[in-house]
Design a protein around this ligand. Structure first.
Ligand code: MN
Ligand code: MN
Length: 302
């Protein structure tokens, strides 16, 4: 029976490239697998697939009764809608573990900056040659997921893997990095609502549901629209979220602005040492949702 391999809902470049790369690896070692996506691709991911001449995976339909492998996520809320009815064979991921299953499976989670760094290690472990287009996908995903090695989630493994692959591909890593980041941070023509939904994830805290949107930019022009942003966030939060955050990371200035609305703003402000002013807090570094923001919020809302 064919195995379907897919990343999370609202797919990003790491999710898509990890599914394609792992599917290639699985097929080399005797399995029959195909990559899938859980939603339409972002401009950046389309550019990456086009650059390495790899075709877009098909959209997933249902996974009920099917054998599946999850990449770049391990929680059911971010997975296929009927994931509870699928047979999960394996997980390869780099997020907080939020998983339990009725039988033992291969569960590979490492605190790396990108799932694709783990997959490159799996190629080596299995002694399978990596074709050029898969090298290209893995490199692109590492750059994208680590914001060009600047995000706090970046590890030496990510950087070393990227350097090794750039050598194999005979491309200039810095130039390629700039190309990807230019596309990733291009928010022109997008409405505030589109930006809030661009890379949005939900978490369950003890106090209620927390929604966290995240985007990366190359300048802070967007901050001029703070009023509009907070208005749109209020609308989104209404009756749904206990806390709603919008992380705006400026990868040129290495600064992060966090907009935050919460039913317990005081508790959260305590955790952030009282620095939240007018629903806004600034950090002089690039913050990662999963490493910096989520743990703080979950702790504050305990
Ligand atoms: Mn992802
Ligand atoms: Mn990832």
């Amino acid at each position: 029976m064919r195995i379907l391999i897919f990343g999370h809902k609202n797919p990003d470049t790491d999710s898509v490239c990890a599914a394609i790369s792992l599917s290639y690896l699985k097929n080399q070692v005797g399995f029959n697998s195909e990559p899938r996506i859980l939603g339409p691709l972002k401009k950046e991911t389309k550019w990456v697939l086009n650059k390495w001449k790899v075709k877009e995976p098909k959209l997933i339909e249902n996974v009920s009764g099917k054998k599946v492998i999850l990449v770049d996520h391990n929680n059911f809320s971010e997975s296929a809608f009927d994931i509870e009815k699928a047979e999960i064979l394996e997980v390869v991921d780099h997020h907080r573990i939020n998983f339990s299953y009725h039988s033992p499976i291969d569960f590979i989670v490492k605190p790396y900056g990108s799932t694709c760094t783990i997959i490159y290690e799996l190629f080596k472990k299995n002694r399978v040659d990596v074709p050029l287009e898969i090298l290209g996908l893995i490199l692109s995903a590492i750059i994208s997921d680590t914001s060009g090695f600047k995000s706090s989630s970046t590890t030496d493994n990510d950087l070393e893997t990227a350097e090794e692959i750039a050598k194999l591909l005979e491309i200039n890593l810095d130039e390629f990095k700039e190309e990807i980041l230019k596309i990733k941070t291009d928010i022109s023509g997008k409405s505030i609502n589109e930006l809030l939904n661009y890379d949005f994830k939900k978490f369950l805290s003890k106090a209620g549901e927390v929604g966290i949107a995240q985007i990366e930019v190359n300048n802070f022009d967007l901050l001029k629209r703070k009023k509009e942003i907070l208005k749109e966030m209020k609308e989104m939060k209404k009756n749904v979220y206990h806390t709603l955050c919008f992380i705006i990371s400026n990868i040129i200035e290495n600064k992060t602005i966090l907009f935050i609305l919460s039913d317990d703003l005081e508790k959260i402000n305590k955790i952030f040492k009282g620095k939240i002013k007018n629903n806004e807090i600034e950090f002089n570094k690039l913050l990662t949702r999963k490493l910096d923001i989520v743990p703080m919020l979950l702790k504050a809302l305990e």
